[in-house]
Design a protein around this ligand. Structure first.
Ligand code: NAP
Length: 469
């Protein structure tokens, strides 16, 4: 791509006598209007270039002029025109020569290969300096003015610095993302829809559907099919409420399982210098999102549980039980075992939720930035495993002796809590295995750079001994 060396020929008045800089904007759309307001508020003289200036004069508090006028008089020119119409600006090539053009455009869909809009614009205006930026800020943010990060790239550092200075004066925090060849990455940024959340959210939904159907079959369908009992009213609250903790516990185990896989893989390979397989790498990067999904399910479970006694069905059930007790002549209905089970079950559940809340808060960047690595890993690993252990005990207390009652195996399926407990048990056992002193010692050595293969090469002295003998 041909580039001028330094062709900043200021033939026009790009700075007023008071020292205010003139900034040009081509285009009079939403983005242009917000940008112009913000630039004026930051002390710049703004010239808006339009194909039909008279039509838009009333919409702008600043001067609206022809495209050629704005291009000629400003030193920095924002191209606030959709990229499909960049070609219509070709007549301005001469006027824009030697000037800094800020390409704010976004594409319609994510592009893998390029060229980017900014690169195409640079090709179209080879005698101007193209800087990509401001495309990650919406017209709305520009008006409201949060201290957002604006990312820019460009091949000319002088042009880039002047755009970054302008960005700073507008109250934003600029981030230099490198050369113009990185512009495709910035152009794609506003088009992503929570890419790091896709797999964890889909996984959470899949688990929810699976456990909901499993509970539906066991608690609603089976009594209906075998005894004609109608428990369909349980679908909106009770079935959801037993599904949510199942999903939460499995997700929490999935947060700690990849770390264990990584540790056992390192022990097996005897080195930390071999790359993990891609699936494990990706799984490790999803732990925060999986943990937050687990937290969401736990909070919902707590709210649903608090609402259980409010239901009409719960009140009818209570009344029916009282009437049955009166009919049977039972004076005191107090079962010590049931009371203790419930007290412990609730207490451990509350503790688990408290610890999960702590993990969720510490995962926020603003909090994570204030703790050191040791503190962070203490919360996320030690307290995280405590939360997993508490949640597992909570589930065990829920199950109590039901695993040994044949009637709980409806349609020959094990009760849900048994199914749910498999993964947390595996993770907790794996963690205990890593705490065995000789295993922990070896893992520590590996993580400090010790390698099995080097160790063997170093200690193998058999050939020398053979020569001596
Ligand atoms: P818009 O409302 O459609 O405005 C585009 C303007 O371009 C028009 O008002 C028009 O002004 C001018 N233009 C020049 N030549 C044109 C042609 N041949 N055909 C049609 N219009 C032409 O778009 P916008 O929302 O302001 O966005 C402008 C640029 O900013 C886009 O590249 C977009 O990707 C980027 N952007 C927008 C936002 C946002 O929140 N809106 C956020 C980030 C980036 P005249 O008729 O006066 O010439």
């Amino acid at each position: 791509m041909p580039r001028p060396l330094t062709t900043h020929t200021h033939t026009h008045n790009t700075q007023t006598q008071k020292g205010e800089r003139v900034v040009g904007i081509l285009g009079t759309g939403d983005f242009s209007r917000s940008l112009a307001r913000r630039l004026v508020a930051s002390g710049y003289i703004v010239l808006v270039g339009s194909r039909t200036p008279k039509r838009f004069v009333s919409l702008f508090p600043e001067e609206v002029t022809s495209q050629i006028d704005a291009a000629s008089q400003a030193d920095i020119v924002f191209i606030a025109v959709c990229p499909e119409h960049h070609s219509t600006l070709s007549d301005l090539k001469q006027a824009l020569a030697g000037k800094t053009l800020v390409d704010v455009s976004n594409g319609l869909r994510i592009s893998q290969y390029g060229p980017s809009n900014a690169e195409l614009l640079a090709d179209r205006f080879p005698e101007s300096w193209v800087v990509k930026g401001f495309n990650t800020i919406s017209a709305w943010s520009l008006q409201m003015g949060p201290r957002d990060g604006s990312k820019q790239v460009g091949d000319n550092s002088k042009a880039k610095i002047s755009v970054m200075e302008l960005c700073r004066r507008m109250g934003f925090i600029p981030v230099d993302m490198g050369l113009l060849s990185s512009s495709l990455e910035i152009e794609n940024l506003p088009l992503y829809l929570f890419p790091s959340w896709r797999v964890p959210v889909l996984g959470t939904l899949a688990l929810f559907i699976f456990f909901y159907l499993y509970n539906f079959i066991q608690d609603i369908l089976q009594p209906y099919v075998t005894a004609g009992k109608n428990f369909f009213y349980k679908m909106p609250i009770e079935t959801v409420n037993v599904t949510l903790p199942s999903v939460a516990l499995v997700l929490l185990s999935l947060v700690y399982l990849p770390g264990l896989c990584a540790a056992f893989l390192q022990l097996w390979l005897g080195t930390k210098y071999k790359r993990f397989p891609d699936w494990l790498d990706q799984w490790l990067t999803m732990r925060k999102q999986l943990g937050l999904c687990s937290f969401l399910c736990s909070v919902l479970h707590a709210i649903y549980s608090l609402c259980l006694p409010m239901r009409k069905s719960a009140r009818y059930e209570l009344l029916n039980n009282i009437l049955l007790s009166v009919n049977d002549g039972v004076e005191i209905s107090w079962d010590d075992e049931k009371v203790w089970r419930m007290e412990l079950y609730l207490s451990v559940g509350i503790m688990a939720l408290g610890l999960l809340s702590l993990l969720a808060i510490t995962s926020l960047p603003s909090v994570a930035n204030t703790v050191n690595w040791r503190e962070f890993s203490f919360v996320q690993s030690t307290l995280g495993y405590c939360a997993l252990a508490m949640a597992t005990i909570h589930t065990l207390l829920f199950g109590w002796n039901r695993a040994f009652i044949p009637a709980q195996y409806r349609f020959f399926l094990p009760p849900t809590f048994l199914l749910v407990l498999i993964l947390p048990f595996l993770v907790l056992l794996g963690r205990l295995a890593l705490l065995v002193p000789c295993v922990a010692q070896r893992l520590r050595q590996i993580r400090r750079g010790w390698e099995k293969s080097h160790h063997i090469r170093f200690t193998l002295v058999k050939p020398l001994q053979a020569i001596k003998n």
